[in-house]
Ligand binder design. Structure first.
Ligand SMILES: [Zn+2]
Length: 332
């Protein structure tokens, strides 16, 4: 039986309340940071709605034909739309297929469900095409849109969905959950901090050396400051390892620098050694420069992942040049 994650319980209960009271929406927008479990949440909704005998509206029974088909991954009343290639856009033809699908009669006289993930990768034409179905949804249909960057979705789309938002979580219950998943529970607090309160991302860090990679980014920023490495080669390497992730980590690092500069404790880096390195890097830098740096990363991150395709290596080079200039000003 599929359950929502512990930190999703309040959103889950609210949604169930609308289901029990016959006020379930036709479109849901699930948003939150990467690693908060949007996909699992959408699976739980789908499995309950497609079950023929849900227990108290809350759990799928696991026994009926609907549940068997769902668990086998081939329920005919459920469709999932994702970009055809990773990192690319969802195209208009995919949305047209989705609309055809959702308008066909359900095979089990129940719900028709379509999940769009990530919804912010729909290009303008695709988003516009979806709009009409959002305005006039067929009976017993549900569209579930998933996004980690809801601000990239057109307002027209956002305003036609019931919004379920998930914020970063740092509470005791989540920490305990994470501790149970880790070989070394003592790492939980540091990992959750570095993953900015996204427990699944924290877990992923243990598998893909996320913490070490973030510290390597710090190495690169230091080497760039000392002009010990070729900026173009750094951009190339960052781009190869995934520009999105690098932009997110840069944002977290710069946020910590801004906090240090304002005499606040860094939120992501806990290790005293790493904090000393940050402190050394920002000595002589003013808050305004750091804020400009933060804004530039945010802008380039949005451009690199938005509806229009930009060259992400160019966007990373843009940041690196700005960073080095900032450091030169500090020396000068
Ligand atoms: Zn069932």
């Amino acid at each position: 039986m599929l359950n929502v994650y512990p930190w999703q319980e309040s959103q889950w209960q609210k949604l169930l309340f609308t289901l029990q009271n016959d006020r379930f929406p036709h479109a849901l927008l699930l948003s939150g940071p990467y690693g908060i479990g949007l996909h699992r949440f959408s699976q739980c909704i789908s499995s309950v709605l497609l079950c023929r005998n849900p227990v108290n509206y809350i759990y799928s029974c696991g026994q009926c034909k609907g549940c068997h088909l769902y668990n086998a991954g081939n329920h005919p009343d459920l469709q999932m739309i994702t970009p055809e290639e990773e990192g690319k856009q969802i195209k208009i033809d995919q949305i047209r297929d989705l609309i055809d699908f959702i308008n066909l009669k359900s095979q089990f006289e129940g719900y028709k469900i379509a999940i769009i993930n990530p919804a912010d990768t729909m290009n303008w034409n695709a988003a516009n095409t979806l709009l009409k179905t959002l305005e006039e949804p067929p009976a017993q249909s549900l569209l579930i849109l998933l996004t980690h960057r809801q601000n990239l979705l057109p307002v027209t789309i956002r305003s036609r969905c019931q919004h379920v938002n998930f914020k970063p979580v740092f509470d005791e219950g989540t920490l305990n959950w994470l501790k149970c998943q880790l070989a070394d529970p003592h790492q939980a607090e540091q990992l959750l901090a570095m993953a900015n309160g996204a427990p699944l991302a924290a877990l992923e860090f243990t598998k893909n050396n996320g913490v070490d990679k973030q510290l390597m980014l710090l190495d690169d920023l230091e080497s760039l400051q000392r002009k010990q490495i070729d900026p173009i080669k750094v951009a190339e390497r960052w781009n190869k390892s995934g520009a999105n992730q690098i932009f997110q980590w840069l944002l977290l690092l710069i946020s910590d620098m801004v906090r240090l500069k304002s005499s606040a404790k860094p939120l992501r880096l806990h290790e005293a050694k790493a904090i000393t390195r940050l402190q050394r890097m920002i000595n002589g830098l003013d808050l305004c420069g750091l804020m400009m740096c933060h804004d530039l990363i945010l802008k380039n991150y949005s451009l690199g992942t938005g509806l229009v395709s930009y060259n992400t290596q160019g966007l990373l080079e843009d940041f690196i040049i700005f960073w080095q200039e900032l450091m030169d000003q500090q020396r000068g």
